[in-house]
Design a binder for this molecule. Structure first.
Ligand code: PMP
Length: 461
């Protein structure tokens, strides 16, 4: 076996430096401005991230003018691709009519009505600006409703970065990031993903659980898959114990199906969080669910005396007219399911193409996922594992979630970028309805080349 080439000496790294000098220049300035020169944890890349100047459809172009097939997809928001004409038009029109009224408006009603028509569990809604805010609000509503303190979550499931969810989500460790009070951490019980037995035991033994929150297709859009049967058992348990079941559909909403994972699996949560696709690529999110749980947000009293809600909720950009305009345009295009099916079919073709390349090389890696997800599994223990094994839950979640070292992920990403493809750090990506056959072909050819180079550097069996 070859000795692994370290990142800096890697040909992939050197090729990236040669291809992206203008990004390097920007990065020097960015480092003076932002922690590690980036504006999002997930955009960190060594030696430096790509600086992009323009995007359209399935492609984006960096500041050197290089073109990339994009699977970051606006962190999953862009199921209709970059700058879909209908969304651009809707936002431009709204821009001229005002970006913020400091008042209620028609578009928010239209947006909410569409969401309610599409998502089975949507009764009452409250818009927020981000998915993080949505999961935060959902948790607060659940606690106010149940009058109990604790939250059960699954390790590896990501729900944003607020204090109650920012630990146990990224990788296998469940150490809380600095700055989070241990008193908050103590209110959250993190269970191994899909461990319904432990959830059952906790609910039977304790009477202080307000809510159970999970990503319904499993951690990171099915990187650690959770099937419908698990969802049904969790629904049954939470109903029996009066625990609020929260589906975090920030990624899966309007992506797994027009009604999200809850519609696909026919399991109704009590609360749902939505973001990303729902706002058509602009910032926007919401919590929706059972009206009785939202009653804590109602003002009380009468004409004589107003009583504050038990759960007051503000937010300058809640239901922003621009986001509402983009959201209405996007959901109108997604409603019949055709665009979602197109994205799913493309992802399946990419997974198949990449697996064929792996088989040809005799490599132990595999590419898996459902719906519009593409997950590259780098099989750290070189076991005999197929995509079916993973989907059927036969591979340990820690192996799936962080099997690849950060150095290997950097090499994979740099290798792809040098071949004109941008994948995220799962490693993998999400397809859109506008990725086409040419994108698929380029991606599979790029993967073949990346594997060849990784093999030369001792990173592939
Ligand atoms: N929940 C899930 C499942 C997510 O994937 C994300 C974002 N990746 C969030 C919540 C947080 O959303 P936001 O980035 O809009 O705060």
């Amino acid at each position: 076996m070859l000795v692994k080439t370290n990142l800096k000496d890697s040909k992939l790294y050197q090729a990236y430096l040669a291809k992206t000098p203008a990004s390097a220049l920007r990065f020097r300035r960015a480092q003076e401005l932002f922690p590690s020169g980036v504006t999002h944890y997930g955009r960190h890349l060594r030696p430096y991230p790509l600086f992009v100047s323009r995007a359209k459809g399935s492609r984006k172009w960096d500041v050197d003018g290089n073109e990339y097939v994009d699977y970051f997809g606006g962190h999953g928001a862009l199921i209709l691709g970059h700058s879909h004409p209908a969304i651009v038009e809707a936002v431009q029109q709204q821009m001229a009519r005002g970006t913020h009224y400091g008042a209620e408006h028609d578009l928010e009603i239209e947006w909410a009505t569409l969401i309610r028509e599409m998502v089975p569990g949507a009764e009452t809604l409250r818009f927020t600006s981000s998915g993080t805010e949505a999961t935060h609000l959902a948790l607060r509503l659940a606690r106010a409703h149940a009058r109990k303190p604790k939250l059960i979550r699954f390790a590896g499931h990501f729900h944003g970065w607020h204090d109650h969810v920012a630990f146990g989500a990224q990788g296998p460790g469940i150490n809380a990031p600095a700055g989070i009070l241990k008193e908050v951490v103590e209110q959250v019980i993190v269970v191994e993903p899909n461990d319904v037995g432990t959830v059952e035991r906790i609910l039977a033994e304790r009477n202080d659980i307000a809510a159970l929150m999970l990503e319904p297709t499993g951690a990171s859009f099915g990187r650690v898959p959770t099937g419908g049967e698990t969802l049904r058992r969790l629904r049954e348990l939470t109903t029996r114990h009066g625990v609020v079941l929260i589906f975090d559909e920030v990624v899966t909403g309007f992506r797994v199906s027009p009604g999200g994972a809850q519609s696909h699996y026919r399991v109704l949560p009590d609360l749902t969080t939505l973001a990303k696709v729902v706002a058509g690529g602009l910032p926007g999110a919401l919590v929706t669910g059972r009206s009785d749980i939202f009653s804590s947000m109602d003002f009380g009293g009468d004409d004589e005396k107003t009583v504050d809600p038990a759960v007051p909720h503000q937010g300058t950009f809640n239901a922003s007219p621009l986001s509402a305009a983009a959201g209405v345009a996007a959901l109108g295009l997604l409603k019949d399911g055709a665009a979602i099916s197109a994205a799913n079919e493309t992802a399946a073709k990419i997974r198949d193409g990449m697996n064929a390349v792996l088989r040809k090389r005799g490599a132990s890696w595999c590419v898996y996922g459902e719906f519009s997800a593409v997950h590259i599994f780098t099989n750290p223990h070189r076991e005999s594992i197929t995509p079916r094994d993973i989907l059927d839950g036969r591979v340990y979640w820690k192996t799936l979630k962080s099997g690849a070292t950060p150095e290997l992920v950097h090499k994979i990403r740099l290798g792809f970028l040098c071949q004109g493809v941008d994948v995220n750090g799962w490693p993998g990506g999400q397809t859109s309805a506008v990725h086409d056959g040419d994108d698929v072909d380029r991606t599979v050819v790029a993967f073949e080349e990346v594997l060849k180079q990784l093999a030369e550097e001792g990173d592939l069996d």
